[in-house]
Each structure stands twice: as C-alpha cells, then as structure tokens.
Design a binder for this molecule. Structure first.
Ligand code: SF4
Ligand code: SF4
Length: 337
C-alpha cells in the first residue's frame, strides 16, 4: 500500500477500528502528556505536545517482573508473552531512541523480555511539526519526520493525516482502515514535504558532533566536568526522561516465602549506582557521574554500536531543574580539544 490520506472527519471511525486492540497514546496528565491507555469512553487524540516520559517505557518498563519464585520450589514462574500493542503518536526522535536501545538488548545476549515486547509492538509515529526550543534532532541524524524505528508515519496536513507505511506491521494497520483512506497522490506528497520542510526550519539549536567521540577520552581530567557538575543536584531527571538511557538494576522483592525478581530503571547520576559493597565508589562525586553520562552517550556507545546514544529530543535540557544544558556541554567539549 502506498501513502494515503485520512480525512480528520473520519478520525473517530479510525480510532474505532483500533479500539479492539491495546493502544497506548499520549494522554494529558496535568499540563503534560504521557503515554497511557485512554480512559474508558475517551477517544485517542493526536492533539498533544511532546510527551514528558518517552514511550520506551512501553517496551522497557520502569519496573517489570522477570520471574517469581518460592522457597522450597525449584521452578521459576516467568511472565507469559504479552499482548499486541499499538504505540500511537510517537515522535520520530523517540522512535529512533527505541531502535538505539534495542542495540543493547540484542548485544551479547538477546533479552527475551525486551525483544518479545518489541516484536508485539507496532510503532505509529506523528511528525513533529512544532519542534521545541531545545530540539536538535537533525544534529544527530534525525529530523521532524524521520522514519527510523517507525512502522507507520503520520503527518498532520491540517484537514487530514498523511499516512506512510514503512513496514509490514504498518501496512497491516493501514489495511484494517483501508475503507477510510484515499490515495495521497502527488499533491498529498507535496503538502507533506512542505509541512516537514517548515518544521525543519523551526529547529534553532544545533550541535556539532564531529569528532566528539574521539575527543572525549582525552578530556578525562578536564576542568569542564567539575564546572558542569557544580550545580547538579543528582536528581536523575536527565536520565529518567531520556529516551535512550537504559541503565537498570535488578532486585528481589521478598514477601514471606514468595518473591519476585524485578528489573527497574536506574540512573548513573545516582551515587548508589556504582557504590560497591566494600564502600568503594569508582564514581564518588557528581563530577565523575556527569563525565560518565556524557561519555556513555557520546563515546562508549559509539565504540560499541557505532552510533551516538542521543537523539536530540532536548528533554534533559528542558527539565533539568538547574538548567544544565547538554548542548552547551558539547560545545565546551569541542572547544576544549
Ligand atoms: S541525552 Fe538529552 S537530548 Fe539526548 S536523547 Fe537523552 S534526553 Fe534527549
Ligand atoms: S537533571 Fe540536571 S540536576 Fe538532575 S541529575 Fe541531571 S544534570 Fe543533574
């Protein structure tokens, strides 16, 4: 199936087609948006800003049970494979991030929990036509309508949505709604390209990443880490809201003779993250932790997977309570070489 148009007057019918499936869509939560199952009787809406928590949580939950066990029993009860899921209204940067995180979960060992969820998930993107003040996705190889990690891309053309299928999953979804769609044709394509071009022009911030992965190891003892970390509160916001951060901890929760082993998000910005049982901590202050965060994304991940583990979504800049600005830090890295 080629690109199609969905007239917005048919939106309710379109969402009706999806209603038999589990759909996570942006839902208002105070003055922010987060991905959730819309409340009973409430339609999915694509009228939202950039969601606060990235949708990676759908495939890499903040807390998940790996298995349950009982005293005196040798068998482990692992959770059954989940249900099919449609992630609706994913910003292209967040879809790219899901693809990046997947590299870790396919690395030395295939992670069955993550990969099963990923297999069951259809990612439906919505082009970002109103980029935020601190978006810089083009500097990292993305863009307001980049398609990496998406099964289907939607672009808001005002009175209709442009739907571009990118994988078999995306095509299957469009097949379900084929009665509501009409050919986008050359005119639809031109409108879409014009909308995307205008969005690209709105992106104000840039980062020159050229050479950064190579420069970073030489700046190990550079004063910029002390300076950058000076105001850091160690709150972990920059990592918890980052779509590419993937640090986790594994803990056992025990109640009586039963227990569950859980995996939960962790943050390299927390002191306890690297604290050894002996009391030794190889990253004892925020200087080392800040240095690690930037090195991990912009150097270590590149050495391992040949790509920078940042998609330029700007969340860490937007929500750092003391305005530590990753883009500024990277500029200082470039200047310090
Ligand atoms: S490091 Fe910051 S800008 Fe980059 S992906 Fe994470 S939150 Fe977004
Ligand atoms: S959000 Fe800001 S203050 Fe909080 S840990 Fe990250 S850099 Fe430090």
């Amino acid at each position: 199936m080629s690109a199609m148009l969905l007239n917005k007057q048919k939106w309710t019918e379109f969402t009706g087609i999806l209603s038999g499936k589990k759909v996570l869509a942006p839902v208002a939560c105070g003055d922010r948006f987060r991905y959730a199952v819309p409340a009973e009787g409430k339609a999915f809406s694509l009228d939202f800003d950039r969601p606060l928590v990235p949708p990676k949580s759908a495939v890499f939950p903040q807390t998940e049970t790996l298995y349950r066990f009982q005293l005196g029993k040798t068998e482990l009860a692992a959770p059954q494979p989940g249900e099919e899921l449609i992630l609706l209204g994913v910003r292209p940067c967040d879809a790219r991030a899901i693809k990046l995180v997947e590299k870790l979960f396919r690395w030395d060992v295939d992670d069955p929990y993550y990969l099963r969820r990923r297999e069951l998930t259809t990612v439906v993107g919505l082009a970002c036509l109103e980029p935020g003040l601190n978006c810089f996705c083009p500097s990292l190889g993305g863009g307001p309508a980049s398609t990496e990690g998406l099964d289907l891309l939607m672009v808001d053309l005002g009175d209709s949505y442009y739907l571009e299928p990118l994988t078999d999953k995306g095509r299957s979804l469009m097949d379900l709604a084929s009665g509501l769609l009409e050919e986008a044709g050359e005119e639809g394509l031109q409108k879409k390209e014009e909308a995307v071009r205008r969005a690209e022009e709105k992106i104000r911030r840039t980062v020159d990443t050229d050479g950064v992965p190579e420069i970073l190891p030489d700046l190990w003892e550079h004063p910029l880490w002390q300076k950058t970390a000076a105001g850091c509160l160690g709150c972990g916001t920059c990592t918890y809201l980052c779509p590419t951060c993937h640090c986790f901890d594994i803990q056992d929760e025990i109640e009586g003779f039963e227990a569950r082993r859980c995996r939960m998000w962790d943050s390299c910005m927390f002191e306890e993250y690297t604290l050894h049982t002996s009391g030794h901590n190889p990253r004892p202050t925020r200087r080392e932790r800040t240095r690690n965060r930037i090195n991990h994304k912009y150097s270590y991940f590149v050495r391992k997977f040949n790509v920078i583990a940042c998609v330029g979504c700007g969340r860490c800049v937007n929500y750092c309570p003391v305005n530590i600005d990753l883009i500024e830090t990277l500029r200082e890295v470039k200047e310090a070489q």
